[in-house]
Design a protein around this ligand. Structure first.
Ligand SMILES: *Cc1c(COP(=O)(O)O)cnc(C)c1O
Length: 388
């Protein structure tokens, strides 16, 4: 039996790219906000209901975070050395703020929303030490703007949302998820909407988008004069070509992913394990997640998937603090992030997964869940330890 990979991305093929590549041959413009990147920005802002200039593309999601942080908060300074971020995120969030001079300060997330709680953070004892706050859209579960607008107003601390994989989910309610708090998006190959490598900053605050563009272009505005802390994080015309071809076929791609997600849900329903399934429309269509009830169940489930030749992944590891490089960073209690990250198992997802594939995954899940339940029962029935 062939091993089932956890993700097999599906980007536009050569035929669909060709017209765009030919237009690059004709224009001989290869980067620097050329015609393809500009068209992509316009088409993306139309979809999000933003005016022209509401989106600037970036070379990756990570550089989009860097550009937005430099634009909204600038580099870290002595009195406010920390960037507050959740522990429950992909490590790129921490690496990006570090490139802007900040030290990460990890906070825990809410157990239900999986998001930072801005109201709780208003009372944080270290509030005066935070130069920027970067809430994260975990697995593309979008971050509402309104509570962070309030937070920003009450604290005067700049906020940049790491929207990660939330482009498809933000489209469900753009007014709620896209606003004057800048959102950095990733268009990496693993994300639902992709340019291969790429990203964007989206905001209704056109000044912030303009400054982000400058921060990703050596600090240049109209002249070749570097005027701010900055880097090179522009999207090339070749990546923009992928993005335009991706947008051409995007409704089809989304509906194939949704078909797979619905298949998962139906088969899990049959096994009464669907309450543990997290997928679209709650999160991005590029993820199918199974939340185990305990670490023991997680171990049984991953063991069973492996025996059935099925790959799975803890997309966020055990949280930012679990990475060697970040093992000594400052943080609050992180019980929820640690527990969530270790129990939330990324299942195989791709647009061409067959009913047979999904069946195989669900059968392996059921086996793992049952094995763990049996063991719990056995442990539960055992006399308390110490007894003969
Ligand atoms: C994917 C992702 C990133 C990194 O984006 P890249 O395009 O790979 O640089 C950062 N944060 C979150 C939440 C992500 O999902």
């Amino acid at each position: 039996m062939e091993r089932l990979p956890v993700l097999r991305p599906d980007l536009p093929n050569a035929d669909r790219l060709l017209p765009y590549l030919r237009s690059i041959d004709a224009s001989r413009i290869y980067s620097n906000h050329g015609p393809l990147a500009s068209t992509l920005e316009r088409r993306l802002s139309d979809r999000l209901g933003l005016p022209a200039g509401g989106i600037v593309c970036a070379s990756s999601g990570t550089s989009a975070i860097i550009g937005a942080v430099l634009a909204a908060a600038g580099r870290a300074h002595e009195e406010r050395p920390f960037a507050l971020i959740p522990a429950f995120t992909f490590v790129a969030t921490a690496l990006a703020i570090e490139q802007c001079g900040y030290r990460p300060y990890l906070a825990d997330v809410d157990p239900d929303s999986w998001l930072l709680d801005p109201e709780k953070l208003l009372l944080h004892p270290q509030l005066k030490r935070f130069g920027v706050v970067v809430p994260v859209a975990p697995y593309g579960r979008p971050v509402p703007q309104e509570p962070w607008q309030t937070f920003r107003l009450r604290t005067n601390i700049p906020v940049v949302i790491d929207g990660g994989a939330s482009f498809d989910t933000s489209l469900q309610e753009p007014d709620r998820y896209i606003g004057d708090v800048p959102v950095a998006l990733s268009f990496h190959a693993t994300k639902c909407f992709s340019t291969g490598e790429g990203g964007a900053i989206a905001s209704s605050d056109l000044t912030i988008v303009g400054r982000s563009m400058q921060a990703l272009n050596f600090g240049f505005r109209t002249m070749r004069d570097s005027q701010m802390a900055s880097t090179n994080g522009k999207l090339s015309e070749y990546h923009a070509a992928v993005g335009l071809a991706e947008l051409d076929g995007w409704l089809d791609k989304q509906s194939s992913l949704l078909t797979v997600v619905n298949l998962y849900r139906r088969l899990m329903d049959r096994e009464s394990i669907s309450p543990s399934f997290y997928a679209a429309p709650d999160i991005s269509k590029s993820y199918a997640l199974f939340l185990c009830s305990s670490l023991d169940e997680a171990a049984e489930v991953t063991g069973s998937l492996d025996r059935h030749q099925i790959d799975c992944r803890l997309w966020y590891g055990t949280g930012v603090q679990g990475h060697t490089y970040f093992s000594a960073v400052c943080h609050d209690g992180l019980n929820i992030s640690e527990s969530l990250a270790s129990r939330l198992i990324g299942l195989p997802i791709s647009s061409d997964l067959t009913e047979g594939d999904v069946c195989r995954v669900v059968r392996a899940l059921r086996e793992g869940v049952r094995a763990s339940a049996l063991r719990q029962n056995y442990v539960g029935n055992r006399p308390p330890s110490g007894d003969p």
